[in-house]
Design a protein around this ligand. Sequence first.
Ligand code: G1P
Length: 303
Amino acid sequence: MEIKKVVIPCAGLGTRFLPLTKTIPKEMLPLLNKPAIQYIVEEALNSEIDNFFIITGKGKESIADHFDTCEALKLLLQEKNKSHLIINLEKIIKAARFSYIRQCEQLGLGHAISMAQHSIGKEYFAVMLPDDIIISKTPALAQMLRVARQEKACVIAIQEVPVQTVSSYGIISVKKQITPNLFQVGSLVEKPDPKNSPSNLAIIGRYILSSKIFASINEIQNNEGEIQLTDAIAHMIRSGEKVFAYKVQGVRYDIGTPIGWAKAVIGVASQDPEAAPHIEKFISELNTLNSFLYDNSKTIEHS
Ligand code: G1P
């Protein structure tokens, strides 16, 4: 099973991150000095997937610019002996092939994925949601590819989440548990009420899908103006396709919200050899700093 293509939907408006996302794509939010989308691209390349189909929209041009060469910058850095600052990005640009597909209407994740139908053909392919940053020794996508090849079937990444948060996720129902981390999926439901949720096993933004998904996307009803990928996968299962869910190993950050992004920055910085000591010191001092700032009895003396 050769899987070389990945679809990355980046056309979303980022409403949970307004007002920032009025002019800045949330995919370009930095985690230290790298934009979030670069983590996604690196995870795919480290999983030997190098053909990228980025679903894009108005105001997202900086994503394509980021993965493009800039001769003027290269020359300037060479002159200053600072080429090392972009060497990794240059390697990515050489190793990957990027195509951009414009989604003109916001009709949901299923619709966004369907924009890539003609580029995918009859192959299995990956989908990565750029809101989900997964940090792990073995890339999350590589873990899933191993399962997809072993089962010769579709695979969805899942994690256990607290029951009261299931309404933020697509949730699976288990048909059969195969190993502690691997399940055959019975069905899926998008953002259920905790009271009616079939489990607390939540989809976390990585999928290996058969091209049959496109027929399912085309067939399902337009649910309140949005075509959900979750509903299309459920339809595909009803049509006889086997789908597995795999609990990926790694730390997952949802950077689609300001709090999730702040956690990701701290999490990533605390693993970075240069930043970690500074971050740890700062966090341990934070209580003291805050009490200094917010306690009126302590004032800054000016000479
Ligand atoms: C999307 C999917 C959902 C999945 C989630 C993971 O929802 O529709 O099934 O659980 O990503 O991050 P969104 O967060 O875009 O609303």
